[in-house]
Structure formats: structure tokens, C-alpha cells
Design a protein around this ligand. Structure first.
Ligand code: 5GP
Ligand code: ZN
Length: 114
């Protein structure tokens, strides 16, 4: 296994609070939430970021979108709304180099983000 915190979480070697899981993604509560509901959707495959995705990753990436939709229903925010964000690289604010999406809900989000 790579020395990657999210690979360790996906593998169950670091504990997390699960929200949703299927063949392609694992979703769990963020350790430091910035919204009332803050879930991380991570790909089970280790991909560094959106900067390194390949055409062969399209199924995985599409499944992330469907997972977000399912999580919204699970959390009861499908009608009120949510935000899905993937920080990429240093200017994007990425701190963990394993592709992941922040699912944020439970308050009105601001635009533009900081
Ligand atoms: P990034 O800054 O790369 O966009 O997002 C990384 C996210 O991972 C942060 O929101 C941070 O709180 C979360 N995080 C980092 N380490 C852990 C951990 O060990 N467990 C959980 N649940 N979240 C983590
Ligand atoms: Zn990884």
C-alpha cells in the first residue's frame, strides 16, 4: 500500500465514520468539518488529483457524481442542496494527494469561495 492516508482509510487501517460505499468510492465524515454536513467522497483507486485523471478513470469519476446524489438523499439534503468540491494542487488548496470530493451541506454556501 502506498503511504497515503486515504488509501489507509479505504483499507480500514485508519478508522473513519462511513456514510456510503460501493465498488468505486468510499465516503466518510471529514475529521474537521467546515459545514454541518461535511463528507469526503474518495475514489477507491489511488489517483493523485484531477490533474492526473485518465480516460480509463471515467467510470470511477461518473460514479463519484452518482454517489454524491445518493449521499444527498441519505442525508436528506437533496431538496435543500449541497456543494461538491475537489481541491486540486497547491493553489486549489489540496492537502491530501488522493483524489477526493468534499460534499458540503446543511448551510447556505458562499460564492466566491475563499
Ligand atoms: P483537501 O485539503 O486535500 O482538499 O482535503 C483533505 C481533507 O481531509 C480535509 O478536509 C481534512 O480535514 C480531511 N482529513 C485529513 N486527514 C483525515 C483523517 O485522518 N480522517 C478524516 N476523516 N479526514 C481527514
Ligand atoms: Zn491513496
Amino acid at each position: 500500500m502506498e503511504n497515503c492516508i486515504f488509501c489507509k482509510i479505504v483499507g480500514g487501517h485508519i478508522p473513519s465514520t462511513p456514510v456510503f460505499e460501493n465498488e468505486w468510492v468510499y465516503a466518510f465524515n471529514d475529521l474537521s468539518p467546515v459545514a454541518p454536513q461535511h463528507i469526503l467522497i474518495v475514489t477507491k483507486k489511488h489517483i493523485k488529483s484531477l490533474a492526473t485523471i485518465e480516460p480509463s478513470d471515467l467510470e470511477t469519476l461518473g460514479q463519484v457524481q452518482l454517489a454524491a446524489q445518493k449521499i444527498a438523499v441519505l442525508l436528506g439534503v437533496d431538496a435543500s442542496g449541497f456543494r461538491l468540491v475537489s481541491n486540486c494542487g497547491s493553489d486549489g488548496g489540496q492537502t491530501v494527494d488522493h483524489l477526493h470530493y468534499h460534499f458540503l451541506a446543511g448551510r447556505e454556501m458562499k460564492w466566491p469561495p475563499g
